[in-house]
Design a protein around this ligand. Sequence first.
Ligand SMILES: Nc1ncnc2c1ncn2[C@@H]1O[C@H](COP(=O)(O)OP(=O)(O)OP(=O)(O)O)[C@@H](O)[C@H]1O
Length: 580
Amino acid sequence: MLRLPLANGTQTRAWVSRTFRAHRAEMVTVLVLYCAATVFGLVGPQILGRLVDSVTGGGGAIDTLALVFLTVLVAQAVLRRYARLRGGMLGERVLAETREGFVEQALLLPLGTVEAVGTGDLLSRATTDADRIDFAVRNGVPEVVAALITVLLTTVAMVLTSPLLALGLLVAAVLIGVSMRWYWRRVPSVVAPMLDCWADVQTSMHETADGARTAEALGMTEQRIARGNRDLGAARDGEFALRRLVVAWLPSARFAQVLPLVVILVIGAWAYERHLVALGTIATMLAYMQAIGGPLEELLWWTEDVQVSATSLRRVLGVRGDRRDRVPSAGPRGREIVVRDVRYGYTADREVLHGIDLRVPPGQRLAIVGPSGAGKSTLGRLLAGVAAPHSGSVTIGGAEVSALADDVLRGEVLLLTQEHHVFAGTLRENLTLPAGEWTDETLVRALDAVGLSEWSGSLPDGLDTRLGAGAVAVPAATAQQLALARVVLADPHTVVLDEATSLLDTSSARHLERSLNRVLAGRTVIAIAHRLHTAAAADRVAVVEDGRITELGSHTELLAADGPYARLVAAAEVSASTAE
Ligand SMILES: Nc1ncnc2c1ncn2[C@@H]1O[C@H](COP(=O)(O)OP(=O)(O)OP(=O)(O)O)[C@@H](O)[C@H]1O
């Protein structure tokens, strides 16, 4: 299954350094607060050691030491709380920016890429992966940062207090290092496929919900359930694999965690007998170990989540990785469309268009006809700049269509298909999708031009009436007229029509075609003609067969040539008379 890529190491590191640079001051503040809280925490065991020595040595100042101990504890609690608050706010800001970046990049993805990978992969990155990152940033990152700082500074304090007793830590560090390396090396190869499986679950659920009626009508419900179960089974196996890895790794990590305590006690007893360390020092070291135990536990606890969310982050950032930029180009100088030796395929192993050459002068009406699957729609998409050819070029006025900036492209060429989505929002928002400054008067004129003035006049709040899911339902024909109104507003000189009216009933289609003819007057029109009678009205007809243009000429010329076009017309006449 084709998927969007994962961000590679360089892209992820670039994101980390960009994020760090953007929030440098705040990050340093949070780290300083955590460090300060930890340093206060380190003073506690030192005082405890002094207390022990005071008691065993019969010294005084116990009250003062106890008071300092209490003050230190309070200061540590206050600083840690403040660090968490600032850290939490910083995390929320970074999360919001990451989400905004994701939406921006997802909207910039070429339509062809989104169609090729399906919406499931994109959706799972926007939902499941974003949620995992949310969870890690809100809960895991503060714990891990606090724990790491505590472990690091406590280790330093232990080495300074008694290098001899700190030997236990050295043994543990080596063990933890080896076991962590073992785990971190294996985890990506388990987590990435598992997240892919969850994306498949989302894709199949989405498809099943989308095609529920078709599945029911064709008795495919069982098949869809089986597909869902298969995808869920694969995701479950992925989770099992991760669990097996964690279970294999955890015992060694836990062993490394308790080992220093044992080593400190053994070396401590041995050294105390030989008067190499005081009892207070051993108490201090044990208190440090006690203080390190909680953070170490936190680190172990969060390791899995941090690893999974790191892969999720690479999936979210990967959407950027596949982006094909529409770089602002010099812009077309003229309106002629020229297609030169265009080759294109949806997958690397199968070419759909095998070297198309075509020239469409401004204002011409060209019909593209041919058998089903010949490549007509694919050619239409390349002409409209939805996808870029793999080799060859499609230009308007000398400029490569697929490289035009979106706002420039919209004013040049628009693709109108049978897909007439009404977005949940007001009529105004639906009309002004191609962002621009539109006055109410212009919008009303566009509605009028496509025969929608009566319908829009009947809406309760006029242009501010909410349409779509949960609001005013829009019939298919009206939705198609709305799409036409957008064409009027964008005012492109060329329109590519692909089955624009094929899903409508005959009377709606006739009504729409009248509006269409009004809107298309004066523009270059490339009509992918599924019904041959539309081709007869065109200035020229191009016959596409098996990814090649096999005939090009006017309707009359092609009929006289008695070639592929004449055969298509004859076949259409036979099927029409059989239907009668
Ligand atoms: N998104 C896609 N992914 C993979 N292959 C595709 C995709 N869209 C079309 N194809 C394949 O490309 C070939 C050309 O399809 P295209 O839709 O361009 O043909 P068409 O002439 O417009 O057919 P029709 O008249 O049935 O719409 C077909 O074999 C089709 O299966």
